[in-house]
Unconditional design. Structure first.
Length: 415
């Protein structure tokens, strides 16, 4: 449930959506490729395909005002039926693409590579320099693709432009909180606050007298320059992405921290990350399979009355707890990977940040305080002794560049 302040903010942006939307005055056409990485996001058969989150995502892509030239779908070793039916959805998805004259490229990984490497796979084969990476449990507005026009704008005006991060709201249609623009997408080296402060947030400086600049024949919001980003709905330059080695893979059971790691690579290369806070560029992130956090959809349901499930029904389906889908894993594994991978990437950013400062902070926040802010809406590991065991192993593996599988970790902490 939203608290009164969140509800007030949400209702304000619904009522004033036009004021905070990007209204393009240029011809709505641009060349780009869309890449979706998916794993076990089709638990229902072809007869019930409308209940599969991958199909929801694909339908939202095919409903864009500016369609991609191609859709690249990487099936990262989804399980066989009856656990998952992604392979049976391929012909259906291909037909949806053909109906919109969008080239469909499908790749099946026989061994799981995880999101970072799979994203790099998609980038390597994309035909266009502009790539739209969309998480397979994100639902795009039909106007999200207008972000490509703005990305072209920043690319033309900044030769070091690398990425345009687009807004994302978790299980709501509009922002529910206001924040300082300076704190959005910032890597706080002192406090080691690595959250992007983007999800469900809107910069308060843009409420009344938003900073603006001229783009061709129109005036647009001045983009916010960031150090970090929130994945799920991003536009990236293929050339620059591959030039810095793509998304980093930390050899962990699930990908975690690869986005912040990529941002660090971009910073070191002198590249820029931008963000336009236009509400009509946003996606709704369903966090499919996660029973924690907000459990109902709030806001304007633009799919209500259309064929298939609406956003409220999609969230109802998404809050059913499911492991082994996307990045949904037991919380013990999640925290092990978070502690381990952040130690590695922070050490890459600056010697001592990972193996000294992060060790201290993560021990305090995770082991001693069991701080809810550390939990990322994944819930608590109630036993302090288990938390300490997870922390010790994660730090030891970060320093040795070692890693446990999910099965081995869960077996280890039970001993």
């Amino acid at each position: 449930m939203l608290n009164p302040e969140e509800k007030k903010t949400l209702e304000y942006f619904i009522a004033n959506e036009g004021k905070y939307s990007y209204h393009s005055k240029v011809k709505p056409k641009a060349k780009y490729s869309t890449v979706v990485i998916s794993r076990n996001r089709c638990p229902y058969t072809l007869n019930e395909s409308a209940k599969n989150p991958l199909i929801w995502c694909i339908d939202s892509i095919m409903n864009q005002e500016i369609l991609p030239e191609e859709l690249i779908l990487i099936n990262d070793c989804s399980d066989d039926k009856p656990i998952d039916y992604t392979q049976e959805m391929v012909k259906l998805i291909e037909g949806k693409c053909e109906g919109k004259d969008v080239k469909f490229v499908y790749i099946f990984n026989e061994e799981r590579k995880n999101a970072a490497i799979a994203r790099n796979q998609g980038a390597q084969i994309a035909k266009n320099d502009i790539i739209h990476f969309v998480d397979d449990d994100c639902i795009l507005r039909s106007t999200t693709s207008k972000g490509v026009l703005l990305f072209n704008y920043v690319l033309e005006n900044d030769k070091n432009c690398f990425m345009l991060d687009l807004p994302q709201n978790t299980r709501t249609s509009h922002p529910t909180a206001l924040c300082e623009a300076a704190g959005m997408g910032k890597i706080e080296k002192d406090s080691l606050d690595l959250t992007s402060n983007l999800t469900n947030c809107f910069p308060k400086e843009y409420l009344d007298d938003a900073p603006r600049e001229q783009y061709e024949s129109q005036t647009v919001f001045k983009p916010i320059v960031m150090q970090n980003f929130q994945g799920g709905n991003i536009l990236v330059s293929k050339e620059k992405l591959l030039a810095i080695g793509g998304f980093p893979d930390y050899r962990s059971p699930i990908s975690y921290g690869e986005e912040t790691g990529l941002a660090i690579r971009a910073i070191k290369a002198g590249y820029s990350i931008y963000y336009f806070p236009y509400v009509n560029l946003a996606s709704v992130h369903l966090t499919y399979g996660n029973a924690s956090g907000r459990t109902e959809f709030d806001g304007s349901d633009w799919l209500d009355g259309q064929t298939g499930l609406n956003l409220k029904e999609m969230v109802e389906e998404s809050v059913k707890e499911r492991f082994n889908t996307g990045m949904r894993v037991p919380r013990e594994l999640y925290f092990y990977v978070k502690i381990r991978n952040f130690a590695i990437l922070l050490e890459e950013l600056k010697s001592g940040l990972g193996f000294v400062d992060w060790k201290r902070k993560s021990f305090t926040d995770f082991v001693e305080k069991d701080d809810i802010k550390f939990q990322d809406r994944k819930g608590s590991v109630e036993s302090k002794s288990i938390r300490e065991k997870i922390w010790n192993l994660a730090i030891a593996h970060a320093e040795k560049n070692d890693s446990f599988s999910s099965e081995k970790l869960l077996e280890y902490i039970k001993e």
